[in-house]
Design a binder for this molecule. Sequence first.
Ligand code: C2O
Ligand code: CU
Ligand code: CU
Length: 427
Amino acid sequence: VAADGTRTFRLTAQEGSTQFTPGVDTPTWGFDGDLLGPTLRAARGEKVAVEVRNDLPETTSVHWHGMHLPAAMDGGPHQSVEPGATWRPTWRIDQPAATLWYHPHPHGQTQEHVYRGLAGFFLLDDPAAPDVGLPTEYGVDDVPVVVQDRNVDRDGSLDMSGGELGVLGSLVTTNGVRGAHLPVTTQRVRLRLLNGSTARTYAFGFADDRRFLQVASDGGLLTEPLPTTRVQLSPGERAEVVVTASPGERVRLRSFPPDLGRVVAGFAMGAQDTFDVLELRAAPDLAPSPEVAPTLTTLEPMSAADADVTRTFELEDRSINGRRMDMDRVDVTAELGTTEVWEVRNRNAFPHSLHVHDVQMRVLDIDGEAPPAALAGAKDTVYLAPNRTYRLIMRFEDYADPDTPYMFHCHLLLHEDQGMMGQLVVV
Ligand code: C2O
Ligand code: CU
Ligand code: CU
């Protein structure tokens, strides 16, 4: 942190190698290492500056997924970083505490760059927010958990072949390793779950089906803790959960077959899509944890009556409203200070999602019905089940730039790369 209060981070995207299986090297990419990247952390009100250096043999970019910031700092395909170059974005953190992440966003290559291993957490804190009893000791009882799947051939090479959704891999890693475990020393543990996969949706729960609390979604805390046995995340989505452990026990966090909606048979996930992602190993003596408060935060109510503009978006195959991504075309022009409702429909019988840069949205309804509690908080990425219409509401504030677009796209990264993305300008 410099004298003027600016918090500076340095990230270098580089080539490396990882042994997912002992003795077998897989060429991977990472930030400052062989795979994934360091957790960045900043507080609301702080100014951050990042030096992003590209030591890869090809062009990339680094996007701050979930961050509210000027379009020129967003790290989308218009802020590409050439090999050997350094990009220096800077902005002020101005949003609630949340579990965000960063990943490359080069036009047409996002799937590959993320799949090779480029991704990291960006945690935001809010010093002014009340203490609501959530565990806060990083790496001890407040732990980021990124889950990814890949296919690795016998010789160790990454296999990028996939189907309609992209790659559904059989090698599942948690924070970059297979068979991950976490020593637990406190009664309660907060897990910040990130689906860092390019295509697969996970339905996380525990092997013994114990209840836990979901306390946050993409953009920050839910208004109250949600007792549940499952939390489903499509690619790019996050959730924070708090689980209670008993002394000496072992409990496995697992992914169960997700409920993808009315997909055609080939996309249904079955028993073969159940796998363990993290074993919690509780010590014989657990330090006491505070109680999670019954109220976590207040979220400003947003209703369709507040909207200045309503737009419709039809997602089909690799297009949005019949058009594929064009770097030279602006698809949506939104006015600063206005609220918009986006009616978004998945017209396929297979999954899509919608991610919008710069904003945190709220789900108003799904086919006219109120969303489930897990989707009632701040969302930047929303899973779109086949043949359903989602009404999303968002407000464009603080940053206008007629010359630089933000992106909105399907976060199944193959779809994004193949054109299921549009450009949004705030003026
Ligand atoms: Cu996580 Cu436009 O991306
Ligand atoms: Cu994003
Ligand atoms: Cu899609």
